[in-house]
Design a protein around this ligand. Structure first.
Ligand SMILES: [Zn+2]
Ligand SMILES: [Zn+2]
Length: 649
């Protein structure tokens, strides 16, 4: 064993340290401030305790709260702290698992009949903070399986024993902080003192190992932070998110509704929601016409045989809506789970030559997939939804160009709708396991290179994931971050070698030989339902002017100005400006307030003076009075306001 080891830091610099140095000591040698913030370290690609000795040359990344893995370690350690607090308060409690999650962590516990509810949260939070202040160190101890089993037998914790059964001797470790010891692989933060703010969020039931045959445990959700201010900000964000919840706003703004009688997960689009949705569709339709797409319409059902050919029967048949029978024996139809098979059949309606490609078929196609009732959520998880679908049939040498065109279209959509913070994931084959994919090596290599190059040429911020491709082709998925910093998955572009094969699609090449086209599935919105849900949450219902269901509200001060109001409204309608006249017998203040609540962008107030001069007094939502104009002036002003949609592709 050499006395010195070489440590490579992320900036490429190499430093020498004594063998056995810890990441924390490395941090300390750089700066004390850094050392105070180090939660864990990535050593040669593996996240481990910052206090663990390093005994070989290694690449070391110090992890802090700003790193995803640092956060996960912080929250996982907080789960241990929660368990320690619960054990002190509820003796005899047994523990399942306590992992970090996207935001915070949970611990599944068996309280053995002891009562636990929201009223107990404060007590647990206080205990956690008290233990945190003791700066209890997390101490790792490798342990033999026999000793570990003996420990949990003595403690009589059946869940840990169940977990241990599946672990191999020699890979097992305990972590102890204060009076609490847990079976755990780690890693952990150096001590509990890093945890400065604690909030229990929720309590729910959860079957042990997710199996309903097992006992129902209590899942305690919580979140912790290294600073009180971060917890305050987070709670504020949650409040904001609640206000923007698309289910709440959808109801208030009368965009959509659900009816038990119609059925769970089947949205009813109300007039205003339909207006919004149609504007979005028309917007994309126009952009697609410019990009060379042709619109098609196909039925909502198809014969079962169609989906047997496409493979969707195999994929969705058992777990989705059952076939529809007809009076004719043996005849079976399925609600369509995908539009692609129908489009393949459109491709086959006539012989295609290499000169006809690419063929781009677009459809706002409604599909139906069964989701369990517990999975349904507003417009984001439904049982019937409309995809802004299209299929591009092209030659292998056209894949890159088509990808670039689709990326341009997707970015145009994002920019027009105010999603400025987006990124994309490139999903490629698992190079170690090529046999599980359909299509030749050559095709895959070409398509993968095409996606990578197209993304680079368009300057996309991407991450590449190996092994994340579907068995039938590589893909590019877009993610946006909304106004509250939440991440949503949106549109996708997907190469497919499978369906052209299954449907025996062909085109005639310049050499008169038959070839298979490549199929690209793409949907910039994903689905209209999901996209509108995200749009509502991102904008808080304050849609861009061109999308607002009601763009103006005409507000007569009294019924004396009813005729003038109608006249103004008709003129605006002729200029394609949408809205309503508020004829109610209400005070003008009330009318203004209600228009603001309905998030109408412009209010036109009409009284004596306006009528006499043939003018309108304009109020802008959130800004107030912006002056008096003639109707023509307002129309011109409005057209100018509505214009800044992103430059068309
Ligand atoms: Zn653990
Ligand atoms: Zn498709």
């Amino acid at each position: 064993m050499s006395d010195q080891i070489r440590i490579t830091l992320p900036d490429g610099s190499v430093r020498e340290y004594p063998n056995g140095v810890t990441s924390l000591e490395i941090a300390l040698s750089i700066s004390e401030g850094l050392a105070r913030n180090v939660l864990a370290a990535k050593v040669n690609g593996t996240v481990q305790d910052a206090t663990r000795p390093i005994t070989t040359d290694a690449a070391v990344t110090l992890l802090t709260w700003n790193d995803t893995e640092g956060k996960a370690t912080f929250w996982h350690s907080s789960a241990h702290l929660l368990a320690e607090a619960l054990e002190e308060l509820y003796p005899g409690i047994q523990f399942g698992i306590g992992p970090p999650i996207e935001k915070g962590f949970y611990y599944d516990v068996d309280l053995n009949g002891q009562h636990f509810s929201q009223e107990d949260f404060k007590k647990v939070e206080d205990k956690m903070l008290e233990l945190a202040r003791q700066k209890q160190e997390f101490i790792r101890q490798p342990i033999s399986k026999a000793e570990a089993v003996a420990y949990f037998e003595k403690k009589s914790d059946p869940y840990k024993l169940d977990l241990l059964e599946r672990l191999e001797d020699g890979t097992i470790s305990f972590y102890t902080q204060g009076n609490f010891t847990d079976l755990c692989r780690g890693p952990h933060i150096p001590h509990t003192g890093f945890i400065k703010a604690v909030k229990l969020m929720n309590v729910a039931g959860a079957y042990w190992r997710g199996d309903e045959k097992n006992k129902m445990l209590t899942r305690v959700y919580a979140v912790t932070f290294p600073k009180q201010k971060e917890l305050d900000d987070y709670l504020h964000l949650l409040e904001e998110a609640k206000k923007r919840d698309h289910r709440k706003l959808g109801k208030e703004l009368e965009l959509f509704a659900f009816s038990e009688k119609v059925g769970a997960g089947l949205p009813l689009w109300l007039p205003k929601g339909t207006m919004l949705r149609e504007r979005l569709e028309n917007f994309l339709r126009k952009a697609q016409v410019r990009a060379g797409y042709q619109q098609v319409v196909t039925p909502h059902i198809g014969s079962k045989q169609l989906y047997v050919t496409s493979g969707h029967w195999e994929k969705y048949g058992e777990d989705s809506f059952k076939p529809i029978l007809t009076p004719e024996a043996g005849e079976e139809f399925l609600l369509k789970p995908m539009n692609c098979p129908h489009h393949c059949e459109i491709y086959k309606t006539k012989p295609r030559s290499y000169r006809d490609l690419p063929l781009r078929l677009a459809e706002f196609g409604t599909v139906y997939r069964y989701e369990q009732s517990g999975e349904l959520h507003g417009l984001t998880r439904v049982r019937g939804f409309t995809q802004d679908d299209a299929h591009i049939f092209c030659r292998p040498d056209q894949v890159k160009e088509e990808f670039i065109k689709v990326i341009d279209l997707v970015l145009y959509v994002f920019k027009s709708l105010g999603f400025d913070d987006y990124s994309a994931q490139i999903s490629l084959r698992d190079p170690e396991n090529k046999q599980k994919y359909i299509g030749s090596d050559e095709l895959w290599e070409k398509a993968e290179a095409a996606i990578i190059e197209a993304s680079a040429e368009r300057g996309l911020r991407t991450v590449t994931e190996l092994g994340e491709a579907a068995f039938y082709g590589p893909k590019l998925d877009f993610m946006v971050r909304d106004a509250l910093g939440r991440k949503w998955q949106l549109g996708t572009i997907q190469v497919d070698y499978n369906l052209p094969e299954r449907f025996e699609l062909e085109y005639t090449g310049s050499d008169n030989q038959k070839y298979r086209p490549v199929m690209i599935h793409r949907a910039p919105f994903g689905s209209m339902e999901r996209f509108i849900a995200i749009l509502i949450e991102n904008s808080g219902g304050n849609f861009p002017l061109w999308l607002s269901p009601d763009q103006i509200a005409v507000l007569p001060i009294s019924e004396k100005y009813e005729d003038y109001s109608n006249e103004v409204f008709l003129t605006l309608q002729e200029s394609d400006i949408r809205g309503y006249v508020d004829h109610r017998d209400e005070k003008i203040g009330r009318k203004i307030r209600d228009s603001e609540l309905n998030k109408v962008p412009f209010m036109l107030i009409l009284g004596e003076k306006e009528q006499a001069e043939g003018r309108v007094s304009v109020r802008k939502k959130g800004e107030g009075d912006i002056g008096s104009m003639t109707i023509d002036e307002f129309v011109a002003f409005f057209q100018n306001e509505i214009k800044p949609v992103a430059k068309a592709v």
